[in-house]
Ligand binder design. Structure first.
Ligand SMILES: [Mn+2]
Length: 226
């Protein structure tokens, strides 16, 4: 069994298409019985093509075994649909680019306009995109590894973790250097190079700004970047 885990995409459909090609040629060179692709969340926002990223992942999922996890950005986009007052919070984190990728013009001054925009976003989201976003799991466990967007709260059993921490946690998790129940593979906090620690691996290499989308291949004890 082999896993390919991919870091934060943030609206870079161009880089995602390239990662698909790399994975496919890696598989052609060295076949495996079962292959799972895991996308670590923050699929949308900041970059220019969030809608395109979701289209690509839905299409990929029809031909490959893939798992797309929820990131804090997908969380905010979904919450904006029911709570338009989150407009400012979301757009500070790159939500404007997502709205634009769905053909909307996010010029907002007052609350009425936030409400209208949230309604327009709901209308512009194809049903397949809405159910894709609403169906994203918050973690995926496999063997000795746990895949999650941001990290886990140290000292708390996996089954007691709260979604808020799994999607948003930073320092408390990143500064923890004792072992966790499993090796944690995560994104969320950009680093210049994939960061391999004793208890966790961070593969968010800030794709939207750096042009570098990292993909980690795991097979048995062999870990390598694709
Ligand atoms: Mn994030």
């Amino acid at each position: 069994m082999r896993i390919y885990a991919v870091g934060d995409i943030h609206g870079r459909a161009d880089l995602l298409a390239n990662v698909f090609k790399r994975i496919d040629s890696d598989r052609a060179i060295s076949p495996a019985c079962r292959v799972i692709e895991i996308y670590l969340g923050d699929l949308i926002d900041r970059g220019p093509a969030s809608r395109g990223v979701i289209d690509l992942l839905i299409e990929r999922g029809s031909r490959r075994e893939i798992v797309c996890l929820k990131g804090n950005h997908e969380d905010l986009a979904l919450r904006f649909l029911v709570d338009p007052s989150l407009f400012a919070t979301w757009t500070k984190l790159g939500g404007r680019e997502t709205l634009m990728s769905y053909g909307l013009t996010p010029l907002v001054r007052g609350f009425d306009e936030q409400e209208a925009l949230a309604r327009a976003f709901g209308g512009a989201l194809p049903p397949a995109h809405r159910s894709f976003l609403m169906g994203l799991p918050v973690f995926y466990a496999c063997g000795d590894f746990l895949f999650v967007h941001a990290g886990i709260k140290p000292g708390l059993a996996l089954e007691r973790q709260r979604e808020m921490d799994l999607l948003w946690i930073r320092d408390e998790f990143l500064d923890w250097d004792a072992p966790f129940e499993k090796m944690i593979v995560h994104g969320h906090t950009p680093v210049l190079e994939a960061d391999f620690r004793r208890n966790r691996i961070n593969i968010d290499t800030g794709a939207y700004a750096t042009g570098k989308l990292s993909c980690l291949r795991i097979e048995g004890v062999d870990l390598r970047l694709v």
